[in-house]
Design a binder for this molecule. Sequence first.
Ligand SMILES: [Ca+2]
Length: 239
Amino acid sequence: MDDRLRLLIAVALLGSFALFSWRGLGEAFRERGRYTDALGLIPAAATPLRFAVPSLRELAVRYHLEPTQATCALCHIGRESTRQLNPFGRDYQTIVRRMLDETVAADSPEARSIFQLNVAQIRQALREVTQDGLDSDDDGFDNDLELLFGFRPGEAESRPNLKPETLLDYRARLRGLAREGRLETLLRSGVRVGQDELPARGTDLVSKSSVLAYWGFTPDQTPLVRLERLALYKAALHQ
Ligand SMILES: [Ca+2]
């Protein structure tokens, strides 16, 4: 092989690699720019949560869900093996089916399943199923409000005991604080949930029972959202 041919091949290979990397990087940056948690903050780059179902993992990241509470029961009724969906699961399924119509050809022999969506599609589907005003279980609180404050969007009996207008006001204020960067500042300053026997010192230590009571949980309940997160929201609303 003469040198010029070798050089040509090397340049072609390098060129394709650069183009591929650039496109891949571009996609990653675009996705990162678009991808935020429910309040518009960029989530941590790597999630410590491990879920077998990508949709559940992405939902957990978006809403800072408590790992022990973020189970299949968020979308499914009864045992995990059953295919029966609760109202939130059904709304998500409708969105997923529409996306699969756009992704997998109708005559494809491949079985259509939730696992065929890529991460960007899952995030889009979750944005849609948590859009403002969509209240799957029809309990007066939209899905985003319920998930944000630790309740189950597919079970009407799981709902906040605060008025919807109070929580709508809280959400609007939290979104404003997130946009202004104040929520992130507070987060970095380290809002911690303390033990009940410890005295509260300013806003940096919030007792567990006071956080639970504030959001309408009984002392023995575990909210769907991590307690640290609910403490952060409480502290942000009262700073
Ligand atoms: Ca609801």
